[in-house]
Design a protein around this ligand. Sequence first.
Ligand SMILES: Cc1cc2nc3c(=O)[nH]c(=O)nc-3n(C[C@H](O)[C@H](O)[C@H](O)COP(=O)(O)OP(=O)(O)OC[C@H]3O[C@@H](n4cnc5c(N)ncnc54)[C@H](O)[C@@H]3O)c2cc1C
Length: 397
Amino acid sequence: MAKADRTSFDIVVIGAGPAGLGFARALAGRGLSIALIEAQSEAVLADPPEDGRDIALTHSSEQLMRDLGMWDHIPADQIGTIRDAKVLNGTSAFALHFAAQGSGAEYLGRLVPNHLIRRAAFEVVQGQEGLTILTGSEMVAVETDTARGRVGLKDGRVLDAALVVAADSRFSQARRKMGIAAKSLDFGRTVIVCEMTHELPHDDTAYECFHYDQTLAILPMHGLKSSVVVTLPTVHAEAALAMAPEDFAADIARRFEMRLGRMQLVTRRHAYPLVAVLARHFVTTRFALVGDAAVGMHPVTAHGYNLGLSGANLLAREVISARETGRDIGDITGLRAYEAAHRRVVLPLYHGTNALVRLFTDDRPPARLMRDVALRLGNSLPPVKSRILRQLTHIEK
Ligand SMILES: Cc1cc2nc3c(=O)[nH]c(=O)nc-3n(C[C@H](O)[C@H](O)[C@H](O)COP(=O)(O)OP(=O)(O)OC[C@H]3O[C@@H](n4cnc5c(N)ncnc54)[C@H](O)[C@@H]3O)c2cc1C
């Protein structure tokens, strides 16, 4: 990995997760010098461990990943296709049904394991001209003024740049150090994710089942395999993680009413606390937030990475436009244009998702009734349904 003999760059990016890598890649070939700082080792970035997350991708994200050259690095037999999606409320036989057929697209979205997205994002930046990746390097300080931004590393080095971009997760230290406030919403719940094989075909259908004590999402992977996402009160998560694999699998199959026949756990179970985060601002002087550092979504509507990628692309376009017209790439006007465009997309999805979670995790009778009404309305009012569909998939019609 290239060592930073130089300490002065056009851009310093903090965090080589999928958002930071996507942003760096979107700037390839523009003659910019970029330092990408990442706390994890090069070995982990090159071959990230399976983390249980399978990412539902919109059409726009798939296209962006193709444009960035990432798609070709994802093995075809690891890409799931979502053609139909059904939302179920408790034991009600009624389902809100979204189908690709009639939507103008062949499928609603794709499903790709997160570690393969991360691996592909790292592969495509290898050898990128002007890019210096500093792995095993932790950012410990960041400050900016109207002239430059400076990023301090744990080993004592200080890098300076015209623009500093933080992509260091929803618990972003860079955001905090820059004094940008963020609202976080702790749902008091934990999500357990894993992959399971099953006897019966899933027919490329994704299910979101809102049971009263927990939410179960089953998403179609390649072949007779599905991604399983269980959301439950944190106090019950430990017990679920401690269950023997076969008991856990039998419990999921039973809760899913044996739609896929018997099921078998084929990966570890991974647990994530459910905390949504929205930064009050996405930019300040010579500084911008991308990815989860800007908005950390509840995973139920599967938008985190999709928003991370589209935001990274928006910011990259602003930087490229400034570069091509001889403007300062760290100028606040361009950064504010990114912020405005990204917030327009983020805010309805962020608040809509949180409202949906509140409605579907409230067990009081009025909420149960509202859920049923909402699902029936969603199904019977075509404009409502096609709007939700567009929001979920980003299929442009
Ligand atoms: C269970 C689950 C399911 C999900 N499902 C979906 C889905 O279906 N669809 C979807 O679009 N999204 C989904 N998401 C969201 C998606 O995984 C995230 O939005 C995405 O991974 C965020 O990427 P990021 O690069 O912003 O942050 P991260 O992946 O958190 O990366 C941040 C990087 O910054 C580095 N870093 C942090 N601090 C420092 C520091 N001080 N110095 C140097 N480096 C640092 C970290 O090591 C890390 O590599 C899901 C999330 C979860 C938890």
